[in-house]
Design a protein around this ligand. Structure first.
Ligand SMILES: Nc1nc2c(ncn2[C@@H]2O[C@H](COP(=O)(O)OP(=O)(O)OP(=O)(O)O)[C@@H](O)[C@H]2O)c(=O)[nH]1
Ligand SMILES: [Mg+2]
Length: 355
């Protein structure tokens, strides 16, 4: 067994070092916050049975590896989906739809609503005779406005791809809630210390607005924060963009958050990622603790079909919509009507119409 100690500014960074050096099989023996030259950092002791055997780096080996990987379940599933769609498509005869329904279907297609969702809508319309398309769409997308009254739990973490707008949405929602109800006891917590910028933004606005601020470097800090739970109505936790090989569930386990049943995770996404990226994110960020999706950078998007695609694929409600870079009037708690206006009229929550 090979054992090694890794130190870094956060558990995320130390864990990335463990994986890079000891590989995926490494076992974490301890993970704690320590003091290094006066500043807090994370120390992980990890072990691996044997040194990972690196595959031969010949061109043939690389190609074989790649082809081997490609026959994973993800590929099989996308093939199955392809076959289902190939069978479905000839049956999706637009002549069976009323002119109004057909216009609505064409519209959704132009908005990049994906084939699986279109097939579901088509089946719904056929089952219901001449019903309005909204009757079929309504059950497919729900809103859960981001307000303390809507969540009975205290802890809320903002997760999502790097640069998606996690820190911005967290800060803006916190300030909005505080403004609407100054008595709300909010704590801003950062688990993104290593990158510096997000941590400073959070600290700055917490100080400016009289909100509590806490730093989570390891699971020890999270335990301390949990002991303070009764002092807060809401604890909003800013997560880092995860390293390429780390899934959300792995990351939550590392920080002791996976066992928290009073933690809701809100997935922050932009509507203009590619289908391949969305598929990847669904896999990378899957977690039973996921509670909603926050859509950001709506002002930079050309189509909004992905909002419906994601709702259908994940079953998650939309909790907030962000549509600008400014601190004020740039994020709002989502309602279903807002999302439908976005999708069918390209109207942002502030009334502006996207070209
Ligand atoms: N146009 C536009 N820009 C936004 C919106 N939300 C955030 N941004 C910008 O997107 C950039 C990244 O935002 P952050 O909040 O730092 O994103 P993040 O997900 O925390 O990024 P990392 O922590 O680095 O992974 C910043 O320049 C924000 O001003 C939005 O709704 N519209
Ligand atoms: Mg951030």
């Amino acid at each position: 067994m090979r054992m090694k100690t890794f130190k870094a500014a956060t558990s995320t960074a130390a864990f990335a070092k463990v994986k890079a050096e000891l590989g995926e099989e490494a076992v974490i023996l301890s993970n704690k916050t320590i003091s290094d030259n006066g500043s807090k950092c994370c120390e992980i002791v990890a072990a691996v049975e044997n040194s990972p055997i690196r595959p031969a780096t010949t061109r043939d080996a690389v190609v074989d590896d790649a082809l081997g990987d490609a026959v994973g379940w993800q590929r099989e599933w996308s093939q199955i989906k392809g076959h289902i769609m190939a069978l479905m498509k000839p049956q999706m005869d637009p002549r069976h739809l009323s002119p109004k329904q057909k216009i609505a279907m064409d519209y959704l297609e132009r908005e990049d609503v994906d084939e699986t969702v279109l097939a579901r809508v088509y089946c719904g319309l056929r089952e219901n005779g001449n019903d309005s398309i909204m009757k079929v769409l309504d059950p497919m997308l729900k809103a859960a406005p981001f307000k303390p009254a809507n969540w009975s739990n205290t802890f809320h973490a903002f997760a999502g791809p790097g640069g998606a707008g996690k820190t911005s949405s967290l800060v803006r929602l916190a300030l909005k809630i505080k403004k609407e109800n100054p008595k709300t006891r909010i704590c801003l917590a950062t688990a993104d210390g290593g990158r510096g910028k997000g941590r400073l933004v959070l600290k700055h606005y917490a100080e400016l607005s009289g909100l509590a601020f806490r730093e989570i470097i390891t699971r020890d800090d999270l335990s301390l924060l949990r002991e303070e739970e009764k002092n807060f109505d809401m604890v909003l936790i800013d997560l880092p963009g995860l390293p390429a090989k780390t899934s959300l569930e792995e990351w939550l386990t590392l920080y002791g958050m996976r066992a928290m049943d009073d933690l809701s995770i809100h997935l922050v996404l932009n509507p203009y990622y590619s289908t391949a990226q969305f598929n990847r994110f669904v896999e990378k960020y899957k977690s039973e603790q996921l509670a909603s999706v926050i859509w950001t950078k709506l002002d930079e998007a050309c189509t909004f079909g992905s909002v419906l695609n994601m709702a259908f694929a994940s079953g998650l409600p939309v909790s907030a919509l962000s549509y600008g870079t400014g601190l004020k009037n740039s994020i709002i708690e989502a309602s279903e009507e807002m999302v439908w206006r976005l999708l069918f009229k390209r109207t942002l929550p502030n009334g502006e119409i996207q070209p």
